[in-house]
Write a protein that binds this ligand. Structure first.
Ligand SMILES: Cc1ncc(COP(=O)(O)O)c(C=O)c1O
Length: 431
C-alpha cells in the first residue's frame, strides 16, 4: 500500500523539506519498489470498483526534481522563474518554491496564488506586458515590483499606479522556429527601444533590464544566441540613457520531453556561450528565465477512458492484398475542452499508449485510430496520428508528456468535470 500524505510537512532523505499545504496537495508516497505505473493501476482498479471511469492525472514529483537538477546543472547562471500559466497545480508550485525557483506570474490571481504558497514578492516577476490597471495596483500593494512592458501606454499605467516599479523592457525576437509564436503579439521592436526608454526616463520610471521570449517549443538554439545579442544592443541603449541595466530575462521556450527534437543540453550550451560573450559574469548582470513547459511537460501522465467506439470498414483495400481495411474511432472522456487544448498546436506532444500493457504486444495488429473528445463540439478531436491495437469501450489509454498548458486551459464545457490530479513521490527519493 502506498501511504497517502495529508500532513503539513514531508521530509525525505536529503536536502529539501517540503511544507505542502494539506488541503491542496496530498501526496502519495510510493514505497516498497512501487512505480508510477503501479499507482496508475491501483487508481484505475479503484475507479472500476466504484463504477466510475473519470479521467485523471498523475504528477511524478521525482521527475520534477530531476528537471530542476538538470536546469541548475546546465544553466548555473540562470535562475528559473517558473511560468505559472503553464501549470498551476499547488503541489508543483510548492515544490518548486522549496527548490528555490522564482515565479513568472501573468495576473493578480497568479501573484496571489504563489504568495499564498509561500513565495516572497522578490521571487516574482510580473511577466505580462499587457496588464489591467487594477492588477498593477495589486502588485504594488503586495510588494511585487519587477514587471515587463513593451509599449508606451503601459508605461503611463505604471507611472500612475506603481511609480517605484522595476521595469523590464520586453523586446521582440525571431520566433520563426517555435511551435507557438509569441512575438507578433508581444515585444517592442529593436528600432523602438530608444524611444520607449526615453519615454520611461521622462516619466521618471526605473528600467532595470531586458527580456525576450523566443516562442514556446523552440526548435533552434540559434534563436537564443541571436536574441541574447539583440538584448545586449538594447542594454547598451538603456545604459547610454542613464539606466542601471542589471537584469536579463531570457524567457521560456525549452521543452522537457526526452523525445524532443532539440535537447535542453544543446540549448544550454548555446545560451552559456552567448551569455559569456555578451553578458560575462563580471558584468554583474543577473540572468533569469521563465521556463514553463520545460519543468512540467514530462512530469504528468493522464489516464482517459474509452466511452464509445465506432469501427469504420472500408471496402476491400487493393494495397493490402485485398484485405478489408478497418479504421477505429474512439470517443474518450477528455478532449480539447477538457485539458487537451494544447494538442491543437502540438499534435505530437503526447504518446498515446493502450492500457493495460497486454495490448502493446508487438505482434498485435494496429489500426489507424481517430480519437474524439467527449463534448458535442465537432472540433473536439485530438489531431495527432494514432496507430493503436483494437480497444474496447471501458478500456483506458495513457497519455504522457501532458503537464504543459493542459490543466490551466481546461473547462467544464458540456458539464464534464475537470480531471483529478494525484501527485506521487518515491519513498526515500533524494529530494
Ligand atoms: C511571458 C511568458 N513567459 C514564459 C512563458 C513560458 O513559456 P514556455 O512554456 O515555452 O517555457 C510564456 C508562455 O506563453 C510566456 O508567455
Amino acid at each position: 500500500m502506498d501511504k497517502h500524505i495529508h500532513s503539513e510537512s514531508v521530509t525525505t532523505n536529503a536536502s529539501v523539506t517540503h511544507d505542502f499545504s494539506p488541503e491542496n496537495s496530498d501526496i502519495d508516497i510510493l514505497d516498497n519498489g512501487k512505480t508510477v505505473r503501479d499507482f496508475i493501476d491501483d487508481k484505475i482498479k479503484e475507479r472500476v470498483s466504484k463504477d466510475t471511469e473519470d479521467p485523471f492525472y498523475v504528477a511524478n514529483l521525482d521527475r520534477l526534481y530531476l528537471m530542476h537538477l538538470r536546469w541548475v546543472t546546465n544553466l548555473p547562471r540562470v535562475r528559473p522563474f517558473f511560468a505559472v500559466k503553464c501549470n498551476n497545480t499547488p503541489v508543483v508550485l510548492k515544490m518548486l518554491s522549496a527548490l528555490g525557483t522564482g515565479f513568472d506570474c501573468a495576473s493578480k490571481n497568479e501573484i496571489d496564488l504563489v504568495l499564498s504558497l509561500g513565495a516572497t514578492p522578490d521571487d516574482i516577476i510580473y511577466a505580462h506586458t499587457i496588464k489591467p490597471l487594477s492588477h498593477i495596483k495589486y502588485a504594488e500593494a503586495h510588494g511585487v515590483s519587477r514587471m515587463t512592458f513593451d509599449n508606451e501606454e503601459e508605461l503611463l499605467k505604471v507611472s500612475l499606479s506603481h511609480p517605484n516599479a522595476k521595469l523590464i523592457l520586453r523586446i521582440a525576437v525571431d520566433d520563426s522556429k517555435s511551435i507557438l509564436r509569441l512575438n507578433t503579439k508581444f515585444g517592442a521592436s529593436l528600432d523602438s527601444v530608444a524611444q520607449l526608454l526615453e519615454r520611461a526616463k521622462k516619466l521618471e520610471l526605473d528600467v532595470i533590464g531586458i527580456s525576450f521570449h523566443v516562442g514556446s517549443g523552440c526548435t533552434d538554439s540559434v534563436a537564443f544566441m541571436q536574441a541574447i545579442a539583440d538584448a545586449r544592443h538594447a542594454f547598451d541603449i538603456g545604459n547610454l540613457l542613464g539606466f542601471q541595466m542589471n537584469l536579463l530575462d531570457i524567457g521560456g521556450g525549452f521543452s522537457g520531453r526526452d523525445n524532443y527534437r532539440v535537447k535542453f543540453e544543446e540549448f544550454s550550451e548555446v545560451i552559456n556561450a552567448a551569455l559569456d560573450d555578451f553578458f560575462p559574469p563580471d558584468s554583474g548582470v543577473e540572468v533569469i528565465a521563465e521556463p514553463g513547459r520545460y519543468y512540467v511537460e514530462s512530469v504528468f501522465t493522464m489516464a482517459v477512458n474509452i466511452i464509445a467506439k465506432k469501427v469504420i470498414t472500408d471496402n476491400v483495400d487493393e494495397n493490402r492484398n485485398g484485405e478489408e481495411s478497418r479504421k477505429m474511432v474512439y470517443y474518450i472522456n477528455e478532449g480539447l475542452h477538457g485539458s487537451m487544448n494544447f494538442i491543437i498546436s502540438d499534435p505530437c506532444a503526447s504518446k498515446v499508449d493502450p492500457y493495460p500493457q497486454r495490448a502493446v504486444e508487438r505482434s498485435e495488429q494496429r489500426y489507424v485510430t481517430v480519437l474524439w473528445g467527449p463534448t458535442c463540439d465537432s472540433q473536439d478531436k485530438l489531431n495527432g496520428t494514432y496507430n493503436l491495437p483494437e480497444m474496447h469501450v471501458g478500456d483506458w489509454l495513457l497519455l504522457d508528456n501532458i503537464g504543459a498548458y493542459s490543466l490551466t486551459l481546461s473547462s467544464d464545457f458540456n458539464g464534464f468535470d475537470r480531471a483529478d490530479v494525484y501527485s506521487v513521490v518515491t519513498a526515500g527519493a533524494q529530494i
